[in-house]
Design a protein around this ligand. Structure first.
Ligand SMILES: *Cc1c(COP(=O)(O)O)cnc(C)c1O
Length: 578
């Protein structure tokens, strides 16, 4: 089953969440979608990558709303056996000094271009484990600190072990965000110097060798966003797998889960931070290649962690996955080879205006049909449609568009407008949930003036309908908190311009009036919408050539560049082949 994948050295790509397909709810947002696009591109380009993640059988959650617009959450249980094959390997990770057994499922990403990429879904739901331990791999971002640290032990320590047990030869370990940083600890233990050779004061581990193997992509531009664990908790869960404090006894290697002996506490603290185990700091210290996900984000990260070199590899999205069926057909016909070399989309200028407009009209109709089915609201295909869909959380500022309802109504009286919204709030994000309810209120306030639909259960399929059916893609994050942002890139594959605050990728992607428009706050949002965006949209004297010119620039400039093939070619040449 694995033969074709283990026959050559490969890069292990670790991520807490990976969006594999719509039916598999093992992702919460942008991080997981990026991980999925990374592996989809690897399959297309035949780059030898193996994904490692948790199976998250209980999924993230399915979203509905009550009559007041409050988010309701339902479990999103899925059956791994329906989509993946059980692998015949089992490893133990010691947690609180008992072995927690970890097995893996194999999901294979099949590329349209013939390649494939394996993904290992780690599972602790095994008869050998206690009922509580069986749940460690169940809930994505569920539970408390203790649950999360257990998950990260299974991902980081268990992942490295099971790769070896399955016969993978790993040439590099790539951490997608800090959740998997404990893989560095596992490698340190693997590369410990024989105890008899170490003289007092000398290093116990071959850290340069570990660093040579590890790459780290950080995604979080604020300290508070980084995963951190109190050392008391670390000591309790690692138990005798960490030694060197309070005269703790050195355990005997050989017990299940202690394959390489324990880790010394002083070393762990040197790498993970003095006060608590900071997973970003640990990842930075065990990796000799570190990058941020956009140029600005790399600068912000370098300031946050002085002394580390943080490079920039700006994110991208998967060409085929994020093009609507009508655009896939158009590109297949007019730009053959675009799935392998999306740079070819620069040739979009040779496509007839009418063909582009009709591809967009089909995508827009598909969204209108979905809106009708989900909300009962009838949208008008001739009316400019502004979409805003993403994780609902404070820094994304979803209320900006509604901050002056009178102004918004007056704009729409002259130039009609309709709005589609979607997005989940993390179950613990009280403010995010409040925002969802407020958006529902705004929709009611605008009824009769502007049609506003809030669609439930934002997922991969809904995202594709939205990014391709919109006329304008709106984004209003509070800088510098949007590390990259990727939904605007998805819109670009469908010729949809962004109206967005300059942050993350948009600093690199915005050519004012050409690929979209930059805004700062509500005043400039209304101003540009009223004076520039809507007049351009409704300009018909030139047969809509002005608008089509924007659509073509968006595709030819931004889709041609902000795609995950370019991103992976850069990871391959700059991060993996070092
Ligand atoms: C692309 C995507 C995201 C991330 O969008 P951002 O604009 O980066 O916030 C989140 N959720 C889903 C379902 C997506 O497809």
């Amino acid at each position: 089953m694995l033969d074709e994948f283990v026959s050559q050295p490969c890069v292990a790509y670790f991520s807490m969440e990976i969006a594999l397909r719509n039916e598999i709810p093992t992702y919460a947002g942008g991080l997981g979608v990026l991980a999925g696009d990374t592996l989809r591109s690897a399959a297309d380009l035949r780059l030898p990558l193996v994904g490692v993640t948790l199976v998250s059988r209980a999924g993230y959650f399915r979203q509905q709303f009550d009559a007041a617009g409050q988010q309701l959450e339902q479990r999103a249980v899925w059956e791994p056996q329906q989509w993946a094959q059980a692998l015949d390997a089992k490893v133990a990770v010691r947690i609180e000094d008992r072995p927690v057994w970890v097995s893996a499922w194999l999901y294979v990403i099949e590329s349209r271009l013939g390649g494939s990429a394996p993904v290992l879904l780690l599972d602790t739901d095994l008869a050998e484990n206690s009922p509580k331990d069986r749940e460690i791999s169940h809930s994505l971002y569920g539970g408390d600190d203790e649950y999360r640290l257990k998950q990260e032990m299974v991902l980081g320590l268990g992942g490295v072990r099971i790769l070896r047990a399955l016969g993978f030869e790993i040439s590099a370990y790539h951490m997608n965000e800090g959740h998997s940083a404990l893989l560095g600890v596992e490698l340190m233990r693997r590369f410990a110097y024989p105890a008899d050779d170490v003289r007092p004061g000398e290093p116990l581990y071959d850290l340069p060798r570990v660093r040579d193997l590890c790459r780290f992509t950080t995604h979080t531009p604020v300290e508070a966003g980084h995963d951190r664990f109190p050392y008391e908790l670390v000591k309790r869960l690692f138990a005798s797998s960490v030694y060197g404090y309070n005269n703790h006894q050195v355990p005997t290697p050989g017990a299940p889960g202690t394959e390489h002996g324990p880790i010394e506490f002083g070393t762990l603290r040197e790498l993970g931070g003095a006060d608590c185990l900071n997973m970003t700091r640990l990842a930075l210290n065990v990796s000799d290649f570190v990058n941020g996900v956009a140029k600005r984000h790399a600068e912000v990260s370098a300031k946050m962690y002085p002394g580390y070199q943080v490079r920039a590899i700006t994110n991208g999205v998967h060409p085929f996955a994020w093009s609507a069926p009508s655009f896939r057909e158009l590109y297949d016909r007019c730009i053959p080879g675009w799935c392998h070399e999306p740079e070819l989309l620069a040739r979009v200028h040779g496509i007839a205006d009418a063909d582009l407009l009709s591809a967009h009209a089909r995508a827009k109709q598909a969204l209108i049909d979905k809106v009708a089915a989900l909300s009962g609201i009838t949208l008008d295909p001739t009316v400019a449609t502004v979409c805003f869909a993403r994780r609902m959380t404070a820094y994304k500022r979803p209320e900006m568009l509604f901050s002056d309802i009178t102004r918004l109504k007056s704009i729409a009286r002259q130039q009609p407008l309709q709005i589609v919204l979607a997005g989940k709030a993390h179950p613990h994000d009280v403010e995010g949930k409040r925002l969802i309810a407020r958006l529902h209120e705004h929709a009611r306030e605008l009824a009769g003036s502007i049609a506003v639909a809030y669609l439930p259960d934002y997922d991969l399929d809904l995202a594709l309908l939205l990014v391709s059916g919109a006329d304008v893609w709106l984004n209003t994050p509070l800088p510098p908190l949007e590390a990259s942002g990727t939904s605007g890139m998805k819109a670009a594959f469908n010729g949809v311009p962004s109206l967005s605050v300059l942050d993350g990728w948009w600093i690199e992607g915005c050519i004012e009036g050409v690929t979209g428009w930059a805004i700062e706050e509500a005043a400039s949002l209304y101003e540009k919408l009223e004076r520039i965006v809507l007049p351009r949209y409704y300009e018909t004297a030139d047969g809509r050539h002005g608008w089509v010119r924007i659509m073509k620039a968006v595709i030819g400039t931004n889709a041609a560049y902000f795609n995950s093939h370019r991103m992976m070619r850069r990871y391959a040449t700059e991060a993996y082949l070092r």
